[in-house]
Each structure stands twice: as C-alpha cells, then as structure tokens.
Ligand binder design. Structure first.
Ligand code: PLP
Length: 453
C-alpha cells in the first residue's frame, strides 16, 4: 500500500518543504547536507502549551526540559528565554548548560551513576536539585558535603513499578530497572531515612519516570497512584510532606501517519487532576508537579535533510534509495526499530510512484532509516527530509565510519542560523595522536618508518 506522510508540514506554492518559513532546499544550498534543522517557534509553542495547562489547573509546577533529547548551547539559551527548568544527566550536559549561562538554580541533575567529580561539579555550581538515584550516590554526596559544606536540594528517584506500553528499551519505570530506589522492598524508605539524618540534604520530593514515547494515559495514572501512595506512607511513617512530585517525561509524538498520540499537554492535564484527587482523598497538601519532557518539546520541531545519492533495484525486492547520512546522525531506527517518515523536500506532493527503503551511507546492512517510504520519481541530488527527528537524533550521533556529524541550524522569524557547526575531517583527527612506542619510544616525525607502510 502506498501511503503518504500526513505529518504536520508546511509547503509553499512551488511545492517546496518550508521550515519556519524558509525553503528546505535554500537551507541545503547554504549549509549542505546532512543537515539538522529546528523550527524554534514550534519548540516555544509546545513549552507554552505545557505551561498553559498548569496555569489553567492552578497548580505549582516546573516544566523541566530533558536535555538528553538534544543539548547544545543554543537550545539551553532558548530554554532560558522561556524561563524553563532543565535536566542534565552528565557532567558534559551540565557543562554545556553552564556555558550557555543557563541559571544553575533551574537545573536538575539526573543519572544512575553520577561520578564523584560530576557531583562535586554540581555542588560547586549550586545546581538547583540533585535527583538522587541510589545508595552509592547518597554516600558520595554525604562525603562531598563533609568536604564542601553546603545544603543541597534533593529529590529521590524511585522506581514506580510501572511498565508503560512502549518499546522495550524505553521502559525505565518497571521494578527490574537500573534506575531509582525500589519501593516494595523498602529501599525507598531506607533512602529516606539516610537523607533524614543528614541536615545538608534537603529532601524536596520524589521522582518517577515510566518510559518514553508513551501514548496512553494508563501508565501515568498508575505511576501517580504509586507515587502518591508512597507520599501517604511517608506522611504516616515520617510525617514528611513533599513539596514536589516529579512524574518524569515520556509524552509520545507522531513519527508516522499511523501514530495518533494525544496532545502531550492533555496527558499532563490528566496527571495534574489525578495528583489533585489523590492529595485531596488523603488529606495531603497538593505538591508542586514537575514534568520532564524531552522528545515532545524538540522532536516534532526537528528535520533531517539529506541528499539522495545511489539506488539499488533488485527484481522482486523493495529498492534501496541511499542518502548521505544514516545511523551516525540518527541511530534510532537501528537501535529501537523506530519508524520515521519523510518527504522529498523539492517536490513534496509529487505523485507517489514507488515504495522504497531509505538507506544510509554507513557500512552496516542495518543502516536503514525508513523501511517503507512512498516516493515520487527521484534522482540523485534531490533532497529528502525526514520529519520529527529533533529528539535523540543529533544527541545520539556518532562518528561511525569516521563520518563527520552534521551541522545544526535553528530557524525562527524567517531567519536561519548555524548553532552547531558541521564537523570537519580535521575535527575527526583532532583528538588523535600518532603512535610511536614500537619505533623505540623516540618519535622522529621526519623519519617515521610507519609512514611508509
Ligand atoms: C528521567 C527521565 N526524565 C525525562 C526523560 C525524557 O523522556 P522523553 O524524551 O520521552 O520525554 C527521560 C528519558 O528517557 C528520563 O529518563
């Protein structure tokens, strides 16, 4: 069956794909391919939709961008302009946010194996909240706080024991998970007691995250139930009143025409209403509700632009049409069997003549970006745009096969600007050094025998 992508795209009178008002092919002329482009207005619009729901529901809240979806100085600046919170999960993400002058007090530091150095960096820079994941981290924090006495806000991450209906690799909230303190076996209680004994650790709440690319509300309903049960238990047992309930992210987006997710903000509305109801029933004050969307903020705003090159036709098999990028700039199809859809940017509505596989240029048979793509007639040099690639694309990019990573461009108000330069071949060898142990330990560049091999 030949299906056309019915994702939300804009075209002009010449049937050209436009992004934020600019023709995709113009961006390609200026910046080359492969190219990642973000429509910044779309990111801002989704942020505002999330915030509006909280305002309408009259709840204390934070919308914290899960920056693993895409982190760069420019995106942190946008988040700062929108007065957002952000999550970081590594020293590198934290460093990038600080380089963007993102306010440290609005940063939460996540991760299941934060190093002593990373935690120390977070404390030195007065990060707003550390989301503590495990006992080892509690020990590290306690020992660091003895050396650099200060008070830090923490949230305890618990595993709510909920498996959201999503791809297996995306599940993080079930009991058998590397993330967070288990509730049923008493780990969460034990963590609470440790924290309670340390006056430098200011426990402001609990956190749960049940997975990613979630379309149904049931998983969130169960998560809220489990987290609120824990708060009721801690009120009874420890007289603890939580300021914050952080329910994580995971709100799904549309990648292909058959995906039909609810608006992410409507999943959030239901979460708020469930929390309020549980708080009222259990006579608890309503905690501030924090959410951590990543994909839903930047995913739909992102486009990957490629140039079509070779093709291979095999009798009785679906053709391969290859583009000049692939698993190095978007690992998700190979890693998660993730589906995407795309359009030929220079003739979006031209009649479809065939269904093909869009293959990448990497030396792996599994480097197929789209398994079943309807295409009009194409020729080498046409521009193929994959839609909704803004989350976990560039942020998971690699230099596999020593391919340079693409450039990233932000488009807003009919203007485009490079925010991450294209890597060069020189960049690829910048961290390399020549090897000389086997030639006697004295490296003589002029007479390097290895050069003649
Ligand atoms: C703890 C936590 N919060 C938020 C997110 C963001 O999820 P998503 O991008 O699906 O919204 C993730 C992603 O895995 C996560 O692990």
């Amino acid at each position: 069956m030949i299906m056309s992508a019915n994702l939300d795209i804009e075209t002009n009178a010449e049937d050209q794909l436009t992004i934020g008002g600019i023709e995709a092919t113009k961006l390609v002329q200026q910046y080359g391919t492969p190219l990642n482009v973000y429509d910044v207005a779309r990111i801002r619009s989704q942020i505002r939709k999330f915030k509006k729901v909280f305002e309408e529901e009259q709840t204390e809240y934070e919308v914290s961008y899960a920056s693993k979806a895409f982190s760069s100085i420019a995106i942190f600046q946008v988040m700062s302009q929108e007065n957002m919170h952000i999550d970081v999960v590594s020293g590198g993400e934290l460093y990038t946010a600080l380089q963007a002058h993102f306010p440290a007090s609005q940063i939460s530091f996540h991760g299941n194996n934060k190093s002593r150095e990373e935690l120390s960096m977070a404390l030195e820079n007065h990060v707003g909240t550390i989301i503590v994941d495990n006992f080892h981290e509690l020990e590290l924090l306690q020992s660091l706080l003895e050396e650099q006495p200060t008070t830090v806000n923490i949230i305890l991450r618990v595993a709510p024991g909920v498996s959201a209906h999503t791809h297996e690799y995306d599940q993080t909230g079930q009991i058998d998970s590397k993330f967070g303190f288990d509730i049923d076996s008493g780990q969460a209680d034990q963590a609470f007691e440790i924290v309670n004994q340390n006056s430098n650790l200011n426990l402001i709440g609990i956190h749960g995250h049940i997975g990613s690319q979630i379309f149904e509300s049931e998983g969130f309903d169960l998560e809220v139930e489990r987290l609120m049960q824990l708060l009721v238990h801690w009120k009874k047992r420890y007289d603890f009143v939580s300021e914050v309930l952080n329910v994580g992210g995971g709100f799904g987006i549309q990648y292909v025409g058959t995906d039909n997710p609810p608006a992410p903000e409507e999943l959030v509305r239901q979460i708020i209403q469930n929390v309020r109801q549980a708080a009222e029933q259990n006579h608890l004050p309503l905690p501030a509700i924090w959410i951590e969307p990543g994909r839903s903020l930047v995913g739909p705003a992102g486009y990957s632009l490629y140039t079509i090159g070779s093709r291979k036709d095999i009798p009785n098999y679906q053709p391969y049409v290859s583009v000049d990028g692939g698993m190095g700039d978007n690992i998700r199809p190979a890693l998660y069997q993730a589906d995407y859809s795309g359009v030929v940017a220079n003739k979006v509505h031209a009649p479809v003549v065939e269904n093909v596989r869009i293959s990448g240029k990497y030396c792996e048979s599994g480097d197929i970006l789209i398994k079943n793509q309807p295409l009009p007639e194409t020729k080498p040099g046409d521009i193929f745009a994959i839609l909704a690639t803004g989350a976990y694309g560039y942020s998971m990019a690699s230099n596999y096969n020593r391919n340079p990573r693409p450039a990233v461009v932000f488009v807003e108000n009919d203007r485009a600007q490079i925010v991450i330069k294209r890597e060069t071949f020189q960049d690829l060898v910048n961290l390399d050094s020549e090897y000389f142990i086997n030639i006697g330990g004295n490296y003589d560049k002029e007479n390097d025998r290895t050069r003649n091999y």
